[in-house]
Design a protein around this ligand. Structure first.
Ligand code: IPM
Ligand code: MG
Length: 355
């Protein structure tokens, strides 16, 4: 069984090293093959997603992904930017369901930017549609119209795309607190009107799940007002991108949050998927060995659960991370005054010791 490991840029390589170490500790026989991706590939004179990297993904059960993005490519067109690798992987493997669990580890409540009592017990999941909407709609280009510099992106959704992501979210809610919030902008956007209609129709098959609809601006507000009320949130690609960062920081550090992107492809024991921290490259701390590897380690746990069908190893890793936090292990961004912060490597060893 093979795992593709694509570290990418910024803190990607550091946190991937941590995740692979933990993965090896629970499943020593797993083979990991590393590939260049993003800015790391571009800098080597290759495309953001080189053929050799695609080939590694092709022969793998899952992809463990670090992060992509480098400031020097910021002004280039999408096809020449590191982010294009992610854009292609999501599209080509049809990874339409992006699952972003958000929870606060006991003891970290005080690190949240919200009052501790508001985030106590916070445990929600953002289900983000990942292969449609304004990210992928055509036309998507720069134009000169009547001599005026313009640009266009197209937001488009087809009913089946909405229905399949809604079903992922309803199924998830059914196994949790049975509450689904669908987020849209139906007072203005046609795509959102269709979204709301299709989610509403799909709800008929899930009478045990209570469904509420929120407009995205209101959802952004409710997330900081009553975050613990949310169970599962389902929304389109761009709204999900924005809301998942907002939901993420409620936990005190976006460096603690993993994600799984799943599609239609099966593996021997589960689904093919791409697993990555939701935080980005963190260029301000990259290369210093202080990044929080939690998100990457928990992404490896999701990989074991969804792609390798190994629930017990996944649960072992999650419990070990929890135990490390409960015992006071903290990386720099979470350490309180007077607490000595752990390096990426030292935090990882604390997790491994708790396995
Ligand atoms: C994310 C990221 C990506 C996105 C970027 C890196 C293209 O922000 O996974 O949330 O916008 O989807
Ligand atoms: Mg994002």
């Amino acid at each position: 069984m093979m795992i593709a490991v694509l570290p990418g840029d910024g803190v990607g390589p550091e946190v991937m090293r941590a995740a692979v170490e933990v993965l090896r500790a629970v499943r020593p026989e797993l083979a990991c093959e590393h590939g260049l991706v993003g800015g790391a590939a571009l800098t080597a004179g290759l495309p953001a997603l080189p053929e050799a990297t695609r080939a590694i993904c092709e022969r793998s059960e899952a992809i463990l992904f670090g992060s992509v993005g480098l400031p020097e490519y910021e002004n280039k067109p999408l096809q020449e930017r590191p982010e294009y690798a992610l854009f292609l992987l999501r599209r080509d493997y049809e990874l339409f369901a992006n699952i972003r669990p958000v929870r606060v580890f006991a003891g970290l409540e005080a690190a949240s930017s919200l009052k501790a009592e508001l985030v106590h017990g916070l445990n929600l999941v953002v289900v983000r549609e990942l292969t449609g909407g304004i990210y992928y709609g055509q036309p998507k280009e720069r134009r000169v119209v009547d001599g005026i510099e313009s640009a266009i992106d197209t937001m488009i959704y087809r009913a089946p795309e909405i229905e399949r992501i809604a079903r992922v979210a309803f199924d998830l809610a059914r196994d949790r607190r049975k509450k689904l919030t669908s987020v849209d902008k139906q007072n203005i956007l046609e795509t959102s009107r269709l979204w709301r209609e299709v989610v509403g129709r799909t709800a008929v098959d899930y009478p045990d799940v209570s469904l509420e609809h929120l407009l995205v601006d209101n959802a952004a507000m409710q997330l900081v007002r009553r975050p613990a009320d949310f169970d599962v949130i389902v929304t389109e690609n761009m709204f999900g991108d924005i809301l998942s960062d907002e939901a993420g920081i409620l936990t005190g550090s976006i460096g603690t949050l993993p994600s799984a992107s799943l599609g239609t492809r099966r593996t021997a024991r589960g689904q093919f998927g791409l697993y990555e921290p939701i935080a980005g490259t963190a260029p301000d701390i990259a290369g210093r060995g202080i990044a929080n590897p939690t998100a990457a380690i928990l992404s490896a746990a999701l990989l074991l659960r969804h792609s390798l069908g190994d629930e017990s190893s996944a649960a072992r890793i999650e419990a070990a991370v929890e135990a490390a936090y409960a015992a006071g292990a903290r990386t720099a961004e979470l350490a309180r005054a007077g607490e000595p912060p752990l390096s990426t490597g030292a935090f990882t060893q604390r997790v491994i010791a708790e396995l």
